[in-house]
Design a protein around this ligand. Structure first.
Ligand code: FMN
Length: 343
């Protein structure tokens, strides 16, 4: 176990005394410094097999979920921690500050977080410039969204701007239509809206493929709060349009699992242990409906190696973590890689 993993329990007790967003900023800064000093040891236990998914070779099945490194400021450090892939963003065409603070809350009794960050990010161009300089061997996904003040009728334009800007530097593109913190965003999951969005992006992907001489897969990230009929409609569109992959799931707007908690009524998306089961159910449902060759990235409430194995067993080809990292630290990377080694 690396030094970072061993010392995380102590570090966590200090970080948890800070406001959650400040703790996140401190951690990011510390990671950058320790990585630049060569002190961020790799977590990868021996004999982890690379996996071929989306036409790419992932060093391992574990990724960092979107939102942790919104600005692509720390990609090399995340790679050094042992992640096989890092999804940066969500990035929007123009920089935007996000919602007023506080906007990130811990619910430690539930191993959960509530966030309403609202796509605070430095804009796609800034992230692209950083990604051009990356050294990591980890696969990098670029998660894209729309600016908060772009009406849904023009949302497609924002996604197109981001797709074109990121194409040259991204290994894959994740189209985020499932954050609960941008008004109306989830309406893009409605059948006609998603058909229009995906068909336009697939068309542009074909143009960009010719221009750049490489195919960058386009995936869609969906919510856990979909009804069975909505899941069927989405899967129908994904199959018909030949989407390259699905990321399931984002945070939930449900509060059933945290009822009675003093922070339960905070607006935003709930993540961590309360979404573990629901996210796995959504993965299983999509696996039963999507073309067998369309991969799913499973995310939501992975707090142990066993949780990651459950997602893979439900039909995910790769997994990602966010909240689990806050509660378990770098040890989670080691545990997931050890548990999934033989799957
Ligand atoms: C503070 C925070 C910010 C997030 N920001 C984004 C984001 O910008 N884009 C996105 O697609 N998902 C975002 N997510 C969702 C995560 O990527 C992930 O889908 C979700 O948290 C479920 O995984 P988890 O239970 O491991 O956290 C965010 C999650 C958290 C907790």
């Amino acid at each position: 176990m690396s030094l970072a993993a061993q010392t995380y329990p102590l570090l966590k007790s200090l970080l948890f005394r800070l406001d959650a967003e400040r703790a996140h900023e401190w951690t990011t800064r510390m990671m950058r410094i320790t990585h630049s000093l060569g002190l961020l040891g790799s977590e990868v236990p021996g004999e982890v097999k690379p996996v071929n998914v989306l036409g790419l070779t992932f060093p391992n099945v574990l990724g960092l979920a979107a939102g942790m490194d919104k600005s692509a400021s720390c990609v090399d450090a995340w790679g050094a921690v042992g992640f096989g892939f890092v999804e940066v963003g969500t990035l929007t065409p123009r920089p935007q500050p996000g919602n007023p603070k506080p906007r990130l809350f811990r619910l430690p009794q539930h191993d959960a977080l509530i966030n309403r960050m609202g796509f605070n990010n430095p804009g796609i161009q800034s992230a692209v410039a950083r990604l051009q300089k990356r050294k990591t061997k980890a696969i990098v996904g670029v998660n894209i969204g729309k600016n908060f003040d772009t009406p849904n009728e023009r949302a497609v334009d924002d996604y197109l701007i981001c797709l074109k800007a990121a194409y040259a530097v991204a290994d894959y593109i994740a189209v985020n239509i499932s954050s609960p913190n941008t008004k109306g965003l989830r309406d893009l999951q409605e059948e006609d809206a998603i058909r229009r969005l995906v068909s336009t992006l697939k068309e542009e992907q074909a143009n960009l493929q010719k221009e750049h001489g490489k195919k960058v897969p386009v995936l869609v990230k969906i919510a856990p709060d979909l009804q069975p009929a909505q899941i069927e409609a989405l899967a129908r569109v994904f199959n018909e349009q030949g989407i390259d992959g699905v990321i399931a799931t984002n945070t939930t707007i449900s509060r059933v699992a945290v009822q009675g908690h003093p922070l339960a009524d905070q607006a935003g998306g709930l993540s961590g242990a309360p979404v573990t089961q629901r996210s796995t159910e959504v993965i299983r449902a999509f696996r039963g409906l999507l073309h067998p060759a369309t991969p799913i990235i499973g995310v939501g409430g992975i707090l142990s190696g066993a949780h990651a194995c459950e997602k893979l067993a439900a039909g995910a080809a790769l997994v990602q973590v966010y909240s689990g990292l806050v509660y378990r630290g770098p040890r989670l990377v080691h545990d997931v890689l050890a548990a999934t080694r033989s799957v």
